[in-house]
Ligand binder design. Structure first.
Ligand SMILES: C[S@@+](CC[C@H](N)C(=O)[O-])C[C@H]1O[C@@H](n2cnc3c(N)ncnc32)[C@H](O)[C@@H]1O
Length: 208
């Protein structure tokens, strides 16, 4: 995985194509969905960007101007080196070591489940479930991630990519992590985003 993304960075540099996205618009649209998990956050949240690439989300948070702190994590060391060199804001730090990660208020992960290379769907599914567990364990208030959808146009499917069943992962998050889960599948990409809010219960609207 690290080699795959390292080659993308080498070929395309610090651009959306350098993290295997086809445009900045789609990269930013994904961030807009993921950041909904921390909407209405009143204070200065600590955000963990799991699979941060060259730090595009950190740049977006800086540009947005709201208070935040940010840790970017990526398995691809050259990505982390690039992010460290380019994003020089004292509120942001980057690492390639999972053992160094804090428990954040919110964890977001954009694009970490898409490329399965030679892993079978079953092997990749097990990896995804384990990684969603890690996202949850590193978060106190919520986490969010996106995946390619199995409702994609059949002509566009690629055999080295993983197309997930949105209902399966919605159910997993509901059953394992929270009663407050949103599935967003409405934003014109062949993808979906799942938002999981932790530590709050839905309020009953009707008397028992
Ligand atoms: C599609 S790129 C997106 C990068 C960034 N999130 C963005 O949207 O600009 C996915 C990134 O996740 C990293 N990655 C993939 N699986 C990971 C994992 N299990 N843990 C940490 N990083 C991972 C890759 O090295 C790559 O840099």
């Amino acid at each position: 995985m690290a080699r795959y993304y390292s080659e993308k960075l080498g070929a395309h540099g610090v651009t959306p194509q350098g993290v295997d996205w086809n445009s900045e618009d789609s990269q930013q649209l994904r961030f807009s969905q993921l950041l909904l998990v921390m909407q209405e956050e009143p204070r200065e949240p600590l955000v963990l960007d799991y699979g941060c690439g060259y730090g595009a989300l950190a740049r977006r948070l800086i540009a947005a101007g709201a208070p935040f702190r940010y840790v970017g994590f990526d398995v691809c060391t050259p990505m982390v080196a690039r992010a460290r060199a380019d994003v020089r804001d004292p509120r942001c730090s980057f690492t390639d070591r999972e053992s160094e990660l804090p428990v954040a208020d919110y964890t977001v992960a954009s694009g970490i489940f898409n490329v399965r290379l030679q892993a079978s769907s079953e092997q990749w599914r097990a990896h995804v479930v384990k990684t969603i567990d890690a996202l949850a364990r590193h978060s106190s208030r919520g986490f969010a991630f996106n995946m390619l959808t199995r409702y994609a146009d059949a002509r566009k499917l690629r055999d080295y990519l993983y197309y997930a069943d949105p209902g399966e992962y919605f159910k997993l998050c509901k059953q394992s992590w929270s009663r407050n889960v949103a599935l967003l599948h409405h934003y014109d990409l062949y993808e979906f985003t799942i938002l999981v809010k932790l530590g709050s219960e839905p309020k009953a609207l009707l008397h028992p």
